[in-house]
Ligand binder design. Structure first.
Ligand SMILES: Nc1nc2c(ncn2[C@@H]2O[C@H](COP(=O)(O)OP(=O)(O)OP(=O)(O)O)[C@@H](O)[C@H]2O)c(=O)[nH]1
Ligand SMILES: [Zn+2]
Length: 349
């Protein structure tokens, strides 16, 4: 029966060329498989696909030519095409990097402003220091806190070797900061025997904090990071499966490696960072680092206009803030830490 066309009819009328958009309008590789990058080694990217299903497998991929200039890092979700069987000696093609939820960055040091992405999509940064041997350095912790703040990820401080020394001074220093702190230790006999068995309470507490999340661990050499990572992951580095690709022997050039948290919800990963010992912060705006010092931050309310908050700043509100005890007993030391970091970053900006 004839009738009049109106605008709504026009809209639902099928496209003359068919309902499929033309190739160039379609997102490339729509049917690609999405994988999680667990390690990067000499241009080869190891990904987990179909994670937490019975199809789960590990495969190795190389970047497509058009991604040559786009760094792919541990924690990235990527689109994979080609041979995605994961069979030995196969190589998939990595054609796209999915949008990153968080990005942990650093510059190699403050004087090298080249900013590098270290890890993508992490939820948490676990800063590992020892109560003693090596002595904890608040400068390292503060830098890591700024990096976590900059990345928009949650920091957590893990103090190891509390059997060797009580971390009283360190706890005092961070007392007024809203920072989650966990302690771990071995029994003295075990430490003396050289095979550190961590007390299970400490491991379980950290496990609970990591369950369901992607966490990056950073710390100086010798603080007991590997000991803790092994306790949480069951030494996946050393034996079969995923480990042929991620095992220590073959893992030479990458600075990060994702390991699965044992006995945890799917998607719980620990990213170890053996090659990362420092956090250059040249890429972070000096005016923003105070946000990582929440215990001091309210003190700038009374600063004169344009105050630079450094030692030379006349009548900086931070001096009165810590002198008045508002940042707690550790306040004066915290202010020194803040100003030291501030001047290091300003010196290169
Ligand atoms: N007393 C004591 N010793 C520990 C503890 N945790 C680790 N250790 C010992 O500290 C030493 C260094 O531990 P690692 O786990 O290798 O340290 P790391 O941070 O991984 O160091 P790198 O491998 O150099 O990166 C080892 O001899 C451990 O047995 C602890 O809680 N208490
Ligand atoms: Zn000020």
């Amino acid at each position: 029966m004839p009738r009049e066309w109106d605008e709504s009819d026009v809209r639902i009328r099928p496209n003359k060329k068919g309902s499929r958009p033309r190739t160039k309008d379609r997102p490339a590789h729509q049917d690609a498989l999405i994988g999680r990058i667990i390690t990067v080694d000499r241009g080869r990217y190891t990904a987990i696909v179909d994670e937490a299903t019975d199809q789960e497998r590990t495969l190795v991929a190389a970047r497509a030519r058009e991604l040559r200039r786009s760094p792919v890092v541990v924690g990235d979700f990527v689109a994979l095409v080609g041979d995605v069987s994961g069979e030995p000696d196969t190589l998939a093609r990595l054609v796209r990097i999915e949008q990153r939820r968080t990005v942990l960055r650093r510059s190699a040091d403050d004087s090298d402003p080249v900013e590098r992405v270290l890890v993508a999509n992490a939820d948490q940064l676990v800063i590992v220091v020892a109560a003693a041997s090596p002595e904890p350095r608040t400068g390292f912790i503060d830098r890591a806190l700024v990096a976590a703040y900059d990345a928009g990820i949650e920091p957590l401080l893990l103090i190891t070797k509390t059997d060797v020394k009580e971390p009283t001074a360190l706890l005092e220093h961070y007392q007024q900061l809203d920072l989650k702190i966990l302690l771990s230790r071995t029994t003295a006999e075990q430490a003396a025997s050289g095979s550190a068995r961590l007390v299970s309470d400490a491991v379980q507490q950290l496990h609970a904090e990591l369950d369901g999340k992607v966490s990056v661990l950073v710390g100086h050499s010798g603080v007991g990071k590997s000991t803790m990572v092994n306790a949480l992951t069951g030494s996946q580095r050393a034996t079969g499966g995923v480990n042929t690709v991620t095992g220590r022997g073959r893992h030479t050039s990458s600075s990060a490696l994702a390991l699965r948290l044992e006995a945890a919800a799917p998607g719980s990963w620990i990213i170890d960072t053996p090659g990362i010992r420092s956090f250059g912060l040249a890429h972070v705006d000096a005016n923003r680092i105070l946000h990582a010092f929440e215990d001091l931050e309210p003190g700038i309310a009374d600063c004169p206009r344009g105050c630079r908050h450094d030692e030379a700043a006349p009548e900086c509100g931070l001096d009165a803030w810590v002198a008045g005890g508002q940042a707690g007993q550790g306040g004066p030391a915290r202010l020194i830490s803040y100003r030291r970091l501030l001047s290091a970053i300003r010196a290169v900006q």
